[in-house]
Design a protein around this ligand. Structure first.
Ligand code: RP5
Length: 152
C-alpha cells in the first residue's frame, strides 16, 4: 500500500488471505515518496517467489500501475477512498492503464480490498489445492448465510 493511512482498508485483503491460508507479506511502498523502494520491490518480486501483488493506493494512485510496469506478475489494484474526491481519483488513476500494461482494478474501498484478496487467492488456488478447498468452503459458507426471504 502507498501509505500507513491505507492500512485500515488494505488490512481487509490481508485478513481474507489469512483466512484462506495464503501466505503473504504487507509492505508500505509509495510511488511518490519512496520511489526507489518501489523499483526494488517490483523488480525483485518474481525472483523472491511472489505470485500476485495487491497494490492499494489513494488519490494520484500510481502505485499499482508503476508496479505493473516493472513486474510480469499479476497486479491487482485497490482504489483507496480519498478525502478530497471519495476515491474517484484513485479509481481513475488505477483503472485507466495504457494498452499493454494491465492492472486488474477492484472496487473503491473495503469491498475492493476484500475482493482483491479473494481474487489473489483464486489465482494462487490454480496451483494450490489446499487454497482451492478453502476458497470453495468460503464461498459455500457465504451462500449458506443468504436467506431466501427477508426477515421481519
Ligand atoms: C497515497 O496518498 C496513499 O496511497 C494514500 O492513499 C494517499 C494519502 O497518503 P497520506 O498523505 O495519508 O500518507 O499515496
Amino acid at each position: 500500500m502507498g501509505s500507513q493511512s491505507d492500512w485500515p482498508v488494505m488490512r481487509l485483503a490481508a485478513e481474507i488471505l489469512e483466512e484462506l491460508g495464503v501466505s503473504h507479506e504487507t509492505r508500505i511502498v509509495s510511488a511518490h515518496r519512496t520511489p526507489d523502494r518501489l523499483v526494488e520491490y517490483a523488480k525483485t518480486a518474481r525472483g523472491r517467489g511472489l505470485k500476485v501483488i495487491i497494490a492499494g493506493a489513494g488519490g494520484a494512485a500510481h502505485l499499482p500501475g508503476m508496479t505493473a510496469s516493472m513486474t510480469p506478475l499479476p497486479v491487482l489494484g485497490v482504489p483507496v477512498q480519498s478525502r478530497a474526491l471519495s476515491g474517484m481519483d484513485s479509481l481513475l488513476s488505477i483503472v485507466q492503464m495504457p494498452k499493454g500494461v494491465p492492472v486488474g482494478t477492484l472496487a473503491i474501498g473495503e469491498a475492493g480490498a476484500t475482493n482483491a484478496g479473494l481474487l489473489a487467492a483464486s489465482i494462487v488456488a490454480l496451483e494450490d489445492p489446499s487454497v482451492a478447498k478453502k476458497l470453495d468452503q468460503f464461498r459455500q459458507a457465504q451462500t449458506d448465510k443468504i436467506g431466501e426471504s427477508p426477515e421481519a
